[in-house]
Design a protein around this ligand. Structure first.
Ligand SMILES: Cc1cc2nc3c(=O)[nH]c(=O)nc-3n(C[C@H](O)[C@H](O)[C@H](O)COP(=O)(O)OP(=O)(O)OC[C@H]3O[C@@H](n4cnc5c(N)ncnc54)[C@H](O)[C@@H]3O)c2cc1C
Length: 557
């Protein structure tokens, strides 16, 4: 089983010459980007004197890059994080959103991963109580599938692998006696109820990046890492602003390659480093349908192919159903659900629930590509979900992240910095993220209701559901959206559903939101509720605001 702590594949790199990777000619001042990465748009090259020096260049604004950038910035490193699209545009917004040990990984004997993930579950529930919360899961027993004794043994292990479990433990249930059992077909009479956690995955990324920025990290979204040349003690890299086409050259003492599905391509093609590690790209898709049940629990459904599918209460009015496991060999920038996947997910649900669903019920779907560490397993479901950190320190170091889970991102970041520390003095400082709340998460989860009440007290016109949504998304930072006591509290003009201008301002100013999609599908899931007219209004408001800011900036200049 791969293990972050046990693997240290170090290969030397030929990329020490004055050529950019891939044999493309380049100068060390980085002013001549290689054509192979050209997006076709004209480039404005920033002069060599504009070179910026960093300790660490983190490539990738998914959860792993975000977690590493935050941890490193908190240890005093000068960090630059570049993300070619929006934060969490790819795998880190396409997950099932579970903060979990991974019950099914026990079947593959992944005890290290499950133990680490269960311990992380407890920590993450503490440091981000607004965007991560406990959830109970109903596991119906089917006489045709895994025997009840095996499920009971697995769940016993699951509860006990966690060092200090604060969540309620597993219990056996007679489904006909439970409200949660009433929605299931009468064939299912017994089952189990166990605990795990739920996360707003893309918000977890945004909060880590916000904290990294608070600690001094330079965050550049819509900025692509183009290529780098390697020297004994530093990397000379070129990054490109995807909006303007402007290229900037930067130096960094070390690089973290957290490019998710692009990790191997980036290592080979853009850094010119050979590694014996590889990724297996496995697509997973989800569908969202109108609410199938009104109980708070989620369901974990076993399929005859031994896979499992979750049905989870989602955004109040919906049920989230997923996922699939499909080998993927195309461009990870373009990934979408197929009709076969929709049918598979509907069939899984229809096997268990009284109320049947069809493709016509699907109101939204999303797909992502898991960048799994390739352990040469036969089936997609069997490929390890553990991670491997590949450190090459033949000259200036580069650390690449293969695999991983949202749940283990914080621990992965600690392991990554432990590996880099001997090569980057500033990282030798102790780890600090285990108990440090993420932005807005500085409260105990039992205080959630009183935060909602306080928000309504300050702004009595706020309805309870909007106040709850604001605390769910922003925690204690919700107060800065509605305004402090000195300003007139308020949310500004309504844009659509319960989205108002002040929240948009906050997301643009504090969370790098640039387009309606950033706000509607990543910083929130309000896309499920806005009409096309609302989206146009949002686009107009954002463009107007962007223009006002540009005018203000040029007036100052
Ligand atoms: C269907 C599915 C379900 C899942 N469910 C769960 C779950 O329930 N719980 C859980 O814990 N985990 C889950 N996972 C796993 C988890 O989502 C991933 O492990 C995690 O999101 C990977 O994060 P990452 O940062 O490595 O990759 P990504 O989120 O893909 O981030 C990599 C980023 O690098 C950027 N990038 C690439 N190349 C460049 C470049 N040249 N310059 C600049 N930026 C670049 C990309 O744009 C991208 O945003 C699931 C995954 C999938 C696909």
């Amino acid at each position: 089983m791969p293990n972050a702590a046990s693997q240290d594949p170090t290969q030397s790199s030929p990329g020490l010459s004055g050529e950019l990777p891939g044999g493309l000619p380049g100068r060390h001042d980085g002013t001549s980007p290689p054509d192979r990465a050209s997006s076709g748009s004209p480039r404005r090259i920033i002069a060599p004197h504009a070179t910026l020096d960093y300790d660490l260049l983190v490539i990738g604004g998914g959860i792993n890059g975000a977690g590493i950038a935050r941890d490193a910035a908190g240890r005093g490193a000068k960090v630059l994080l570049v993300e070619k699209d929006d934060l969490a545009s790819h795998t880190s917004s396409a997950s099932t959103k579970l903060i979990h040990g991974g019950l099914r990984y026990l079947e593959y004997y992944e005890f290290r991963l499950v133990r680490e993930a269960l311990n992380e579950r407890e920590r993450l529930l503490r440091i981000a109580p607004h965007i991560i919360w406990p959830m109970r899961f109903i596991l119906p027993h089917s006489s045709m599938l895994r025997p009840a004794w095996l499920l009971r043994a697995g769940l016993f292990l699951y509860d006990n692998l966690c060092r200090h479990m604060t969540l309620p433990k597993t219990r056996n249930i007679a489904l006909q006696n439970e409200k949660a059992g009433q929605v299931l077909k009468p064939d299912y009479v017994r089952g189990f109820e166990y605990s795990d956690g739920w996360v707003q995955d893309s918000r977890l990324v945004a909060l880590n990046v916000m904290d990294a920025a608070r600690l001094g990290a330079d965050i550049r979204t819509r900025t692509r890492f183009v290529a780098a040349t390697r020297h004994e003690n530093s990397w000379h890299a070129i990054i490109e602003d995807e909006t303007s086409g402007a290229c900037t050259s930067v130096t960094a003492k070390a690089i973290v390659n957290a490019a998710g599905p692009w990790v191997a391509e980036l290592l080979h093609d853009r850094l010119d480093i050979r590694s014996r590690n590889a990724v297996r790209l496995i697509k997973g898709s989800h569908i969202v349908v109108p609410r199938l049940f009104d109980t708070p629990q989620a369901y974990i459904l076993q399929n005859p192919d031994k896979r499992i599918v979750f049905a989870i209460p989602y955004e109040g009015r919906f049920t989230l159903i997923g996922t699939t496991d499909i080998p993927f060999d195309r461009d990870p920038d373009h990934v979408a659900i197929t009709t076969e996947e929709i049918d598979y997910l509907c069939t899984s649900v229809n096997r268990y629930f009284r109320k049947a669903i069809t493709a016509d019920d699907v109101v939204w779907s999303y797909s992502g590509v898991r960048p799994l560490y390739d352990d040469h397993s036969g089936s997609a479901s069997a490929v390890t979900r553990d991670y491997v950190l590949d450190l090459d320190h033949a000259a200036a170091p580069v650390l690449s992240v293969f695999g991983g889970k949202i749940t283990t991102y914080r621990k992965l970041a600690e392991h990554a910095l432990e590996k880099l520390a001997p090569h980057l003095g500033v990282l030798r400082k102790p780890s600090w993220t285990a108990d440090a709340p993420l932005p807005g998460g500085d409260f105990h989860r039992s205080a959630f209701g009183s935060l909602v009440a306080d928000l309504i007290r300050i702004l009595p016109t706020l309805d309870r559901s909007t106040a709850t949504r604001l605390v769910r998304n922003y925690g204690t930072l919700a107060f800065s959206i509605i305004g402090s006591d000195r300003e007139a509290p308020g949310l500004g003009a309504l844009i659509g559903a319960d989205l108002h201008e002040r929240e948009v301002d906050y997301l643009m100013d504090r969370e790098w939101a640039r387009t309606p999609e950033d706000i509607l599908w990543r910083r929130s899931k309000l896309g499920l509720f806005l009409t096309p007219d609302d989206v146009t209004r949002l686009q107009d408001y954002m463009s107007r605001r962007e223009r006002t800011n540009e005018t203000a900036t040029s007036a100052v200049a």
